[in-house]
Design a protein around this ligand. Structure first.
Ligand code: SF4
Length: 447
């Protein structure tokens, strides 16, 4: 396919294709056309018969630029729904300045982004084989919440963990694909998106934060941009497994503004700089405490969840006390603690001075005792407040749900009495009347 004579094809939805430029651009065109056909789109012979037109441009010399701009102008005039890709697209401002009405503009070698734009503006045709699976995919969670995986693998090498050796280095999903999946989930009734990965805050590092596309608009493959875009869909957005990078600070204002839930699941693992070094984790614990204080100043409602390991090889009583001191100072809301257990293949197994089993367990129990007191006190502060709750289950007039502070499965719940006329997936405002170590109790605020 080249020149301005798109080939004929049978059925709807139909895409017109204009391919300009060199053999490399031609290969890009072929890839996009192959993908279109594989997904059941037809290639239309003319602008009038197309539901959407893709123009693959060339930007090599001035005359090629002019020819490309002319082709875009012609496609817009004749059809109106136009996606631009190719070398000229790499200088997108040059195109959008002149043609602000384009659906999307991508650079060269961007089959995925072009296909995302096509999916957004001209949904995929029904395929009786693939469409046995609903458009939002198969979900194992209740209908009103869903996990959204944004990447696979991890670039860190924490010595207790074998995930990188099993799953490899970080590979982020294209941001347009993630957003499309999120949109479909919300469209299918999902009220809460739980963002997961092995390393959520590293999202896009492997792609050098390249600009993708969503809804025809450029969007950087980066966690702050992704969180803000997800927050615009109208569902709760909860972030899990956030490694404590400096740029996590950027997420807190989004939480303070109510765009994503004020909830951060941020595994700290330990608080003794010596043990953190042995774990190959960031060791600036006083910096961490200062950041937690700053986050809470910006977002006083912030719920912090974390996980820790007690009895890591080489941990002394002094290291462990530092960990307890950190807990007292950080006043985290939700905390999990594991006694160190040597996972086969983990580098930490080779570290000297392993802690005996009984001491690992004893430290874990002491840790949980301290944290139970802190969690209880933090929950107690909620009494008298009104919290928005997403209902998970209803039995008679009693409902169980979760507030912004509670992730499913791992955190506590809100027990709601006198919850008449509510069903799973509803939001209700609940007046909190009682608390215990894990859960809150209350009744609908309007009662
Ligand atoms: S613990 Fe988390 S951050 Fe560390 S290597 Fe494993 S997956 Fe990566």
């Amino acid at each position: 396919m080249s020149g301005r004579s798109p080939t004929a094809a049978p059925a709807v939805p139909r895409v017109g294709f204009v391919s300009l430029g060199c053999p490399k651009a031609l290969v890009d065109s072929e890839r996009i056309l192959t993908q279109l056909r594989a997904e059941g789109y037809a290639i239309a012979p003319d602008y009038a018969g197309s539901d959407l037109v893709i123009v693959n441009t060339c930007g090599f010399i001035d005359s090629a630029v002019e020819e490309s701009l002319d082709a875009i102008g012609e496609a817009l005039a004749e059809n109106g729904k136009v996606v631009v890709t190719g070398c000229l697209g790499a200088r997108s401002e040059r195109i959008t300045e002149r043609f602000p009405q384009l659906l999307a503009v991508t650079g060269p070698h961007a089959t995925d982004e072009v296909m995302q734009a096509v999916h957004t503006h001209l949904p995929r045709p029904h395929d009786p084989f693939v469409d046995l699976v609903p458009p939002q995919g198969v979900k194992l969670t209740p209908r009103h919440y869903a996990y959204l995986k944004i990447s696979e693998g991890c670039n860190h090498r924490c010595t207790f963990c074998i995930i990188p050796s099993m799953r490899g280095d970080l590979v982020s999903r294209p941001i347009g694909d993630v957003m499309l999946e999120a949109e479909r989930l919300v469209g299918a009734g999902v009220k809460e998106l739980l963002v997961i990965s092995q390393d959520t805050s590293a999202y896009g590092v492997d792609m050098r934060y390249r600009t993708g596309f969503w809804g025809g608009r450029p969007l950087r493959t980066r966690i702050t941009e992704l969180a803000a875009a997800l927050g615009s869909l109208g569902a709760w957005v909860r972030l899990h497994y956030v490694y404590p990078y400096p740029h996590v600070d950027e997420l807190i204002p989004l939480m303070a503004e109510g765009r994503i839930l004020p909830y951060l699941d941020i595994p700290f693992q330990h608080a003794s700089p010596r043990i953190l070094r042995l774990m190959k984790r960031p060791g600036d614990i006083s910096g961490t405490l200062a950041r937690i204080r700053a986050w809470r100043e910006i977002c006083p409602d912030l719920t912090l969840r974390s996980t820790f390991i007690a009895g890591f090889p080489g941990e002394t009583e002094d290291d462990f006390r530092r960990l307890l001191d950190f807990l007292e100072e950080a006043q985290l809301d939700r905390v999990g603690c594991f006694a160190y257990s040597p996972v086969e293949g983990a580098a930490a197994n080779a570290l000297p001075e392993p802690v005996p089993d009984d001491i690992r367990e004893e430290r874990r129990a002491r840790f949980m005792e301290v944290q139970a007191r802190i969690s209880t006190a933090r929950l107690h502060r909620r009494i008298g407040s009104t919290m928005r709750v997403l209902v998970d289950a209803v039995e008679g007039t009693r409902a169980v749900g979760r507030s912004a502070a509670d992730a499913p499965e791992i955190d506590g719940v809100v027990h709601v009495a006198r919850a008449r006329g509510v069903k799973p997936g509803d939001f209700i405002d609940v007046r909190i009347t009682r608390s215990d170590e894990h859960d809150l109790f209350g009744q609908p605020a309007k009662d």
